[in-house]
Design a binder for this molecule. Structure first.
Ligand SMILES: Nc1ncnc2c1ncn2[C@@H]1O[C@H](COP(=O)(O)OP(=O)(O)O)[C@@H](O)[C@H]1O
Ligand SMILES: [Mg+2]
Length: 256
């Protein structure tokens, strides 16, 4: 048996199915998902629209419960949301009445002022927003807002970061920059990341594990491990084109 510390940040999915609106005539969103995600891994989840990607993330976040099967994090069954899991959505969902720093410190209520300040300073630096600490969300570009949302999610130091198409609403250049920065942040923090995306390129750039889901009900049709995110530049790695084509082919087949 691994010690609790070794298992911290692990995600386990066992025979997970989810039916919205009743077992008999409901919408079957996920079927029979089995996966063990190692602590510190970066799992990219790719699949056609409506295949259950957000549903899967919401289960791990504890926002909903599976109809069948079981979801566990760090060795314990998920019963609801918790500070061990930070969530980043496609829209930043920042609190408009708080400054950037205020948003980052939101999850640190209960700690001393000095503590909150030190932690938010560190996180704002990590996401490159030190100069924007006193600005309000509406004064920021979309990319900066999403950086702030990432800093806010990291504030309570969760073992697991859940990201649902966080860069999908950004322009291409900003998106590339943020992908690069997320890779750096993941390497610097050692978080377990679950990252939902439509983009094969994004999945191949970031994922040490890539799960391709079929159309609804989502099932895992390809489960691929990769070392590319550890390379100095994943795009230039000799395995890149082969892996990219393999994932793209699976996504095309899943969507057909
Ligand atoms: N609350 C809900 N009630 C009923 N059906 C839902 C609900 N949420 C999602 N669905 C349906 O479940 C399927 C999977 O949804 P979702 O997980 O959002 O897919 P994805 O994120 O892959 O686009 C879709 O067909 C969607 O319409
Ligand atoms: Mg979704």
């Amino acid at each position: 048996m691994p010690s609790p510390a070794e298992k911290s940040g692990a995600v386990t999915l066992r025979g997970v199915s989810l039916v919205y609106g009743g077992r008999r005539d409901g919408v079957r969103a996920l079927a029979d998902i089995d996966a063990d995600l190692a602590p510190g891994s970066f799992t990219a989840i790719v699949g056609p629209s409506g295949c259950g990607k957000s549903t899967l993330l919401r289960l791990v976040a504890g926002f909903s419960q599976p109809t069948e099967g079981k979801v566990a994090v760090s060795g314990s069954d998920v019963a609801g949301p918790g500070p061990d899991r930070g969530v980043v959505f496609q829209q930043p969902r920042l609190f408009p009445w708080l400054t950037v720093r205020g948003n980052v410190e939101f999850g640190l209520r209960g700690r001393s002022r000095a503590d909150r300040r030190a932690r938010s300073t560190e996180l704002l630096e990590l996401v490159g927003l030190s100069d924007a600490a006193q600005r309000r969300p509406y004064e920021l570009s979309g990319g900066m807002q999403q950086r702030a949302a990432i800093a806010r999610a990291l504030a309570p130091d969760p073992a697991i970061l859940l990201m649902d198409e966080p860069f999908a609403a950004l322009d291409a250049l900003t998106r590339e920059r943020l992908q690069e920065e997320l890779r750096r942040i993941w390497q610097a923090t050692g978080k377990t990341v679950l990252f939902v995306t439509h983009s094969v390129d994004e999945a191949v750039y970031l994922g040490t594990r890539i799960l391709v889901l079929s159309r609804r009900p989502g099932r895992v049709v390809l489960d691929e491990s990769s070392d590319l995110p550890h390379a100095p530049d994943p795009h230039l790695h000799p395995d890149h084109p082969v892996l990219r084509e393999k994932i793209a082919a699976a996504v095309r087949a899943a969507a057909a």
